[in-house]
Design a binder for this molecule. Sequence first.
Ligand code: ZN
Length: 274
Amino acid sequence: MPELPEVETVRRYLQNHLPGKSIQQIEIFLPRLIKNATSQQFAAALKNKKIKKVERRGKYLFLHIDGPQSLLIHLRMTGRLVYEEEPFSVLPRFNRIVFQLTQGRMLYGDVRTLGCLWLIPSVGLTGVKGYDTLGPDGTSPDFTAAYLRQKLKDTTRTIKSFLLDQTNVAGLGNIYVDEALFAARITPLRRCNRIGKETAVRLHDAVVRVLEEGIVHGGTTIRDFINGSGKEGQNQQNLCVYGREGRPCPVCGTKIVYIKLAGRGTHYCPHCQK
Ligand SMILES: [Zn+2]
């Protein structure tokens, strides 16, 4: 699924194109994607309203609308948001919602239809539990080594499951957790409370670095991800362990191992990661 770098890549494109444009018309082909409103309520709240700003926290996109209600989107597995300028071609396959704007249109597409859209109050808590309980964003100044160290001390979970938990740090998913643990030379099986201060600092640096590199490379496209202009990311070329089971570790040449951990496929080097 799209993780922080992919969602940030989409956000940057949309932020460059959407602010100042108004939503003129909304066509909803799959109403159940909207989690807390009917199609009629959704369209009525957003129609003829101006988009002010596109923000992101963790893997959520927050479209600030000039009005009491705004739009929150989680792309889940295969959701994609693309802004098209005219002239329009036919709608792409698996397109689910069309936002006709004063100039151009924004398309929400989704092959597996697991994505979520919510109407939310423009200020204050959103009422969306997964969003309101998010921990500090992995790229924000609030996510510090001291914060991470403090959180790790309190739990005996494995570090893999800790990092996937969005209430600890927002934005990481399977790909960037595996890559960050490799960069920090920590086995995904390590218990959090057994991670010392120096290692916690190394892990913090690794998390920030893999996320920032992911953004620089326009996100990772394993299968479905495309950015806000409809193009694939390039970061898949920089992965060291994710999706590389049985292939040599780029540092020591040992074969990368694949296990199931915290219910998720997990890749690591048994030699480099202790
Ligand atoms: Zn290795």
